[in-house]
Design a protein around this ligand. Structure first.
Ligand code: FE2
Ligand code: FE2
Length: 270
């Protein structure tokens, strides 16, 4: 079904723990009327345990009845059980993107976990020790996965989901010393090359809410701790509306849709 605009609700870094039952469901209650697609930007689980994933999907899918897309984060792979975590998510109807692409309502979505390595001229280069080369190779591979996923989409508009940040602007606020562990500029190039309408990422709990790539692609950091601090009176979700056909403006040119969750009244999440 084609729509003129699509409203995306996005959040990352839920960090579901074994004792999180009952705490996550209220965040998503009422989402059906306010968004068309829910995007989960990694660190869904705290330790990457299947038990955590089971709690998470029960909490979310009991109230969310719109399509849900997700990428994994570094916490989701911590226990080496990412295959089982992914199986639990997909078994509950959540689409997990790992270099994959999917079309919903005429809009294309590409997702990848991403990796770190730093930004711009300070980016780690594949030089010297073999282990440094392997580290950089991981960032390059994640970037190539994102690029090939975007290339497979034939939709007029593309949306990208990541866990790690593709730009430095949204990590500002974190200690400078850890910037290289929060994302990689290698993830930015595919966003620019495929003129992505909007990109979302998590992982950066104390960063900035939004920034733009060199080509002007809007990038939103939707890490839940950041959303909680930034919008303390609202559920920690970011709502962005995009046109399903490209125009001269980008996502941020559209006014944010009023947030009308049962728990919240007339406040708007920009
Ligand atoms: Fe996180
Ligand atoms: Fe993370």
């Amino acid at each position: 079904m084609k729509k003129e605009t699509l409203t995306l609700a996005a959040v990352g870094d839920i960090h579901c723990k074994k004792d999180s039952q009952g705490t996550i469901q209220p965040i998503f209650a009422g989402l059906k009327d306010t968004a068309d697609v829910l995007l989960l930007c990694g660190d869904l689980c705290d330790l990457g345990l299947p038990e955590e994933a089971s709690i998470l999907v029960r909490e979310i899918t009991s109230v969310v009845k719109i399509p849900i897309l997700a990428v994994l984060g570094n916490h989701d792979v911590e226990s080496g059980a990412q295959a089982e975590v992914t199986k639990i998510l997909t078994g509950s109807g959540i689409t997990v993107l790992d270099g994959d692409a999917i079309e919903l309502f005429g809009v294309g979505f590409a997702g990848v976990k991403g990796f770190c390595g730093g930004f711009g001229r300070r980016m780690l280069e594949p030089w010297g020790e073999e282990i440094i080369k392997r580290y950089v190779r991981e960032a390059v591979d994640e970037s190539l996965k994102l690029e090939s996923a975007l290339a497979r989409l034939r939709t007029p508009q593309r949306v990208a989901l990541l866990h790690y940040s593709p730009i430095e602007a949204t990590v500002e606020g974190e200690p400078k010393e850890i910037y290289p562990f929060l994302g990689s500029s290698r993830l930015e190039d595919p966003l620019n090359r495929y003129d992505v309408a909007v990109a979302f990422h998590g992982h950066v709990h104390r960063g900035a809410l939004e920034g733009r790539t060199r080509a002007g692609v809007p990038v939103y950091n939707v890490a839940m701790p950041l959303l909680r601090r930034s919008f303390p009176d609202q559920p920690p979700l970011r709502f962005i509306t995009i046109p399903t056909e490209p125009d001269s403006s980008r996502a941020s040119a559209l006014p944010p849709k009023p947030f009308t969750n049962a728990e919240s009244t007339k406040s708007a999440v920009a």
